[in-house]
Design a protein around this ligand. Structure first.
Ligand code: NSP
Length: 223
């Protein structure tokens, strides 16, 4: 069995629960409160700043030019593709770029990004990829699930663009590239090392769920 399949099996329950979360269902049904979506978009924008840095770390840790370039491309895609989507949404709600970057991270957002940045700074490339893979892979699964289970959701006047981005072939091919890379990086690795990678993948899958739940509930600093 491929290592990525084992990772996928380990988190099935968490990802399934995510697919049934009211925030995700609201996106698919098109009846998600705009207030909740704005909250998500602002938190996600600052999340993506740190997420982009992970690709810079990965590029520096890569041992061949092709992998180095692929991570540099992902960094560029995040800054100018994914974050541009957020900037366009923000403009619709009259939120400026300055206001977007000035968003204060909630405890869960901060904990999630600090976790990944710590792994990025101190761990191997395989550790880094296993920590960040749920970000890409779980979003692609959500995008595909929404298109399959909510026909026409990708045409919704507000949420359609979000759904089109994350269900797209382009996004899927980036996720697939990362999955394949992790399978290559883990070939022949000892069990003890693989267990650490499993733990990273599980932890960030949990954080992904917590992020959706946080923006739905409006969890923030208590004081
Ligand atoms: C929290 C989160 N995780 C993942 C993604 C997809 N890059 C995202 N935009 N935001």
């Amino acid at each position: 069995m491929k290592f990525s399949q084992l990772l996928y099996d380990n988190v099935q329950e968490i990802w399934e629960k995510t697919h049934h979360h009211p925030f995700i269902n609201g996106l698919g049904a098109g009846n998600l409160s705009v207030e909740y979506f704005i909250r998500y978009m602002k938190q996600d924008y600052i999340f993506l700043i740190d997420y982009a840095k992970l690709f810079a770390f990965a590029s520096a840790k890569a041992t061949d030019l092709e992998t180095m370039g692929a991570f540099a491309k992902l960094l560029n895609e995040t800054l100018h593709g994914e974050m541009e989507l957020h900037r366009q949404y923000a403009a619709k709600f009259s939120i400026t770029n300055e206001q977007l970057v000035a968003t204060r991270a909630t405890p869960i957002n901060l904990a999630y990004t600090r976790y990944m940045l710590t792994v990025a700074q101190n761990g191997s490339l395989a550790e880094l990829v296993s920590a960040l893979l749920p970000c890409m892979w779980s979003y692609w699964e959500i995008g595909k699930m929404l298109v399959a289970n909510y026909p026409g959701s990708d045409e919704h006047p507000l949420y359609g663009e979000w759904i089109r981005m994350y269900s797209s072939e382009e996004f899927g091919s980036l996720a697939t590239w990362l999955i394949d890379l992790l399978d290559k990086l883990t070939e022949g690795k000892p069990k003890r090392e693989l267990q650490e990678l499993e733990q990273h993948f599980l932890t960030t899958s949990r954080y992904e769920y917590m992020f959706w739940n946080m923006v739905y509930k409006g969890d923030d600093w208590p004081v």
